[in-house]
Design a protein around this ligand. Structure first.
Ligand code: AKG
Ligand code: FE2
Length: 229
């Protein structure tokens, strides 16, 4: 079901600590990818279109169809099962060198983000919880079509994304990555072409020791009623 990188745990852990990011090419096998594609298609119908500027992240833009963890918990045993998959959990614990657990609110645990129109983007932010595992169900093959992850290691300063040294990563369907999401400013570049889609699952995890300050961002993007600005 999952194919983990052919690298030692120590090497991956060192890279994750240094970069706040590790790429997991081809993590999701073809059978699971097909099932997730069908599931995302079904779920998209109950997702909500979001077009607004997020006040608590310097008014960075959100343009996408999004589905929060509460709806996924209600409608997708497949996704909630993957979220706690023992092989995934033990990979994450190895990578982060410590226990990982689900955040307290189901809304934030597993979310589906669908960029499907030119200009669709997930603007600059940090996440509330430390770790994000992002799985690509659909993605443009061509980096010129946008949907690239941009991130700035070891800073929550969103301005760092405008400066020299910002990292940029292209992913294909079936790929995944892990991000140190609370201390790495990040965003997804806008789709540039019609007919391209970028659909990801974001699995959020925290640790037993973590004392998280929950921002309004998840409720604004995934909750309802929506507050347009
Ligand atoms: O789509 C991505 O690659 C990132 C998603 C993200 O940053 C988030 O859902 O918080
Ligand atoms: Fe994020």
């Amino acid at each position: 079901m999952f194919t983990f990188p052919d690298e030692t745990a120590a090497a991956l852990r060192a890279r994750f600590a240094q970069e706040g990011y590790v790429r997991l090419p081809g993590l999701v096998g073809p059978d699971l990818l097909a099932r997730l594609g069908a599931e995302a298609g079904r779920l998209a119908a109950i997702g909500q279109r979001r077009d607004f500027a997020m006040a608590c992240t310097d008014d960075s833009p959100r343009h996408m169809t999004a589905l929060g963890g509460h709806l996924i918990a209600e409608h997708s045993p497949l996704i909630t099962g993957l979220y706690t998959d023992p092989t995934l959990m033990s990979f994450l614990q190895n990578l982060t060198a410590g226990p990982v657990i689900a955040p307290p609110h189901v809304l934030e645990r597993h979310v589906l983000n669908i960029l499907h129109r030119p200009g669709d983007t997930h603007g600059a932010h940090t996440d509330d919880y430390p770790y994000a595992l992002v799985l690509f169900i659909e993605a443009p093959e061509d980096p010129a079509a946008g949907g690239l992850l941009e991130y700035a290691p070891h800073t929550g300063d969103l301005g760092a994304l405008e400066r020299h040294g910002v990292r940029r990563a292209h992913h294909r369907r079936g790929d995944a990555y892990v991000l140190r999401a609370d201390t790495t400013a990040h965003r997804v570049t806008a789709l540039t072409k019609t007919g391209r889609r970028r659909t990801v699952l974001n699995f959020a995890y925290t640790t037993p020791e973590e004392r998280t300050t929950v921002t309004p961002s998840a409720a604004l993007l995934y909750g309802g009623p929506h507050q347009e600005r």
